[in-house]
Design a protein around this ligand. Structure first.
Ligand code: BG6
Length: 469
């Protein structure tokens, strides 16, 4: 292949999560997950029960249409597909001792389809879909017992699928826990918020659970490669003042600690200082410390935007659904949802993570959430999504730059390769896909699939291994 910085074997593909695509929320013995009571996304209160206005209950009906969807991914030439397993399909309440066979069988069928098309699976064990029972009865990840339940779940997956799945991710965007406790950690949010002591303890429990999963994989599925998954976001000082630079360092540390623990096996000094200053004393057992030494094989991350940071609280404001906060950067354009578009930031993150951790990196989410319009071109229904092509092209060019910088990148899975329900706002109109799904925010639509213009563009990128960028 001429003129491409992408190495042979670079894994090109797309990514989704069970709760955003599968639907069938009460079929096949599935229990409820926190998402089934989040009809409005992260910024609105949960509902008592699943309500018909919750788009995730039907999703894009992938549970029944997975074969058709995977065939479309294959048509684009995917070499890898990232999806998550719904914990509540395997352990409907989360605390059972035996798994639900119907749930396991569903993912066997998904893996069969992927194998048929020669697509490598990349599986997220927990993607914002903690069983609701664990949230309501145990307080989610604030409770140490969750480590044991997760361990049983992970062991079940490695035992069943370990021979067929090489790449595993333990927790989606593990660093979002403190910012979105119910969605990310099944932690009920009382009036006035979750006390910091409990949040940090929950963070510790997830880190231990993640490390234990790695330990179990080594034993049960020795061929498996286990990675952590973090939400990445370069942070720039709003002004050149040292105070703003210090604010950036603090904010950066708040995100980097997760990767530091996953790659180095212990808490860094700056984090211990944060705990001291907040007056937080974590319960950390000797066993926990030993578990944490099971470090990951690779680091994966999502990348959508960068932010700026300032020491001046009067200047703070954030975009809709931007989990991490921060202040907007006057030099960048933003999407309709206020997410600031910054392709160069992706190169910066790749270099920062590589320099810091020296572990192979996997970009497992990237894309533009945008409103699309279905039109007819040459008698075919499609979306002329040049804006999405431009976003993805610009970001992939920067991945190429990072490869030239010597960064080790295993692959790239663009987010929501088929339109799905948004995580932060629970909309379908915030679309990321190469494939349009006919479903609207009010739940109407045929659920039919249509190839967007970006579908052909991405197929060319994959076919040429990035030379067409
Ligand atoms: C990440 C999540 O935060 O961003 C995904 O891992 C999510 O689940 C994606 O869908 C895009 O966010 P949103 O809110 O536009 O769906």
């Amino acid at each position: 292949m001429t003129n491409t910085p992408f190495p042979d074997g670079f894994l090109w593909g797309g990514a989704t999560a069970a709760n955003q695509i599968e639907g069938a929320y009460d079929e096949g013995g599935k229990g409820l997950s926190v998402q089934d009571v989040m009809p409005r996304g992260i910024s609105a209160p949960r509902s008592e029960q699943p309500t018909p206005d919750n788009l995730k209950l039907v999703g894009i009906d992938h549970y029944h249409r997975y074969a058709e969807d995977i065939a479309l991914f294959a048509e684009m030439g995917f070499g890898v597909y990232r999806f998550s397993i719904a914990w509540s399909r395997i352990f409907p309440k989360g605390d059972e001792t035996e798994p639900n066979e119907e749930g396991l069988a569903f993912y066997d069928r998904v893996l069969d389809e992927l194998e048929k098309h020669g697509i490598e699976p990349l599986v997220t064990i927990s993607h914002y879909e903690t069983p609701l029972h664990l949230a309501e009865t145990y307080g989610g990840w604030t409770n140490r017992e969750l480590i044991g339940f997760y361990e049983r779940y992970a062991r079940t997956l490695f035992a069943r699928f370990g021979a067929r799945v090489k790449y595993w991710l333990t927790f989606n965007e593990i660093n979002s826990l403190l910012h979105a406790p119910f969605m990310s950690g099944g932690i009920p949010i009382p009036e006035g918020g979750v006390p910091a002591q409990q949040l940090y303890q929950a963070m510790h429990h997830e880190l231990v659970a993640s490390a234990r999963a790695t330990r179990i994989a080594r034993e049960v599925a020795p061929e498996a490669k286990v990675g952590c998954m973090v939400l990445s976001m370069p942070i720039y000082p709003l002004t050149p003042s040292p105070d703003d630079a210090r604010a950036v360092m603090d904010a950066d540390h708040g995100n980097l600690v997760y990767g530091d623990v996953h790659t180095r096996g212990a808490y860094p000094g700056y984090f211990l200082r944060t705990l001291r200053e907040k007056g937080i004393e974590l319960e950390i057992t000797e066993q926990d410390r030993d578990d944490l030494t099971n470090t990951v094989d690779f680091v994966s991350f999502s990348y959508y935007m960068s932010i700026a940071e300032t020491a001046d609280p009067a200047k703070r404001a954030q975009g809709e659904g931007n989990i991490m906060g921060g202040v907007s950067n006057p030099t960048l354009e933003a999407s309709e949802w206020g997410w600031q578009i910054d392709p160069v930031g992706l190169r910066l993150v790749l270099n920062q993570f590589w320099d810091r951790w020296q572990k192979p990196l996997f970009i497992v989410e990237n894309g533009l959430g945008a409103r699309d319009q279905l039109v007819e071109v040459d008698g075919e229904k499609t979306v002329v999504d040049d804006y999405r092509i431009a976003y993805l092209n610009d970001h992939l060019v920067q991945v190429g730059e990072a490869l030239e910088d010597g960064v080790d990148v295993l692959g790239y899975t663009s987010w929501g390769c088929i339109d799905i329900v948004s995580a932060s706002t629970a909309q379908l109109s915030k679309r990321y896909g190469f494939i349009y799904v006919d479903r609207n925010d009010d739940g109407t639509g045929t659920l039919d699939r249509y190839r967007k213009k970006s579908f052909g563009w991405y197929a060319d990128v994959i076919r040429s291994n990035g030379a067409s960028l």
